[in-house]
Design a protein. Structure first.
Length: 170
């Protein structure tokens, strides 16, 4: 596949390639957003849209109104976000955000196209709330196991000590 006929491995010579690509992006299990060089949201996949809809009580915008809005309008420090995302030399970038009760890992990558240069940032956001909860539970389990092992070690030492005393007496 030559560079002129592809964008991210998409074969543009097929008439249905755009539809296939959009269907693939919408089926992705992670939220995907793309903003242009002015950081205006130009694409939001189904997963990202559904998450935005669930998080509306914690956001300034309704999910239906996000497309066409500046990406930095969702951030508490728009200047910082703009500084990071407007320059592809700052990318890739990874961070963790909290939105209401949810936690997300964000991965921001620059999108380039031959002859056009930097098109803008692509943001992948993966739900991390459940993963963090599982890590917390595993950590608690391991702490309990360590405590139980330590309790068993102390009990064994006490038993051996008592057996030693008993042998000395007999």
């Amino acid at each position: 596949m030559n560079r002129e006929a592809s964008f991210a491995g998409k074969d543009r010579s097929r008439p249905d390639a755009e539809t296939d690509f959009a269907a693939m992006m919408d089926a992705a299990p992670v939220g995907i957003m793309f903003a242009d060089r002015d950081l205006v949201l130009r694409y939001i996949n189904r997963t990202a849209f559904d998450r935005l809809r669930r998080l509306e009580p914690y956001l300034r915008e309704k999910a239906e109104r996000t497309l066409g809005k500046p990406l930095d309008s969702f951030h508490r420090d728009p200047w910082l976000l703009r500084k990071i995302l407007s320059d592809p030399r700052n990318l890739p970038y990874k961070t963790r955000i909290h939105v209401g009760p949810e936690v997300f890992d964000l991965f921001v990558s620059p999108v380039f196209e031959a002859g056009r240069g930097y098109l803008g940032p692509m943001v992948l956001w993966e739900a991390a709330t459940e993963k963090l909860e599982l890590q917390r539970k595993v950590s608690e389990f391991l702490c309990r196991e360590k405590e139980m092992t330590e309790d068993m070690r102390r009990a064994a030492e006490a038993l051996l000590s008592e057996l030693g005393k008993w042998r000395e007496e007999t």
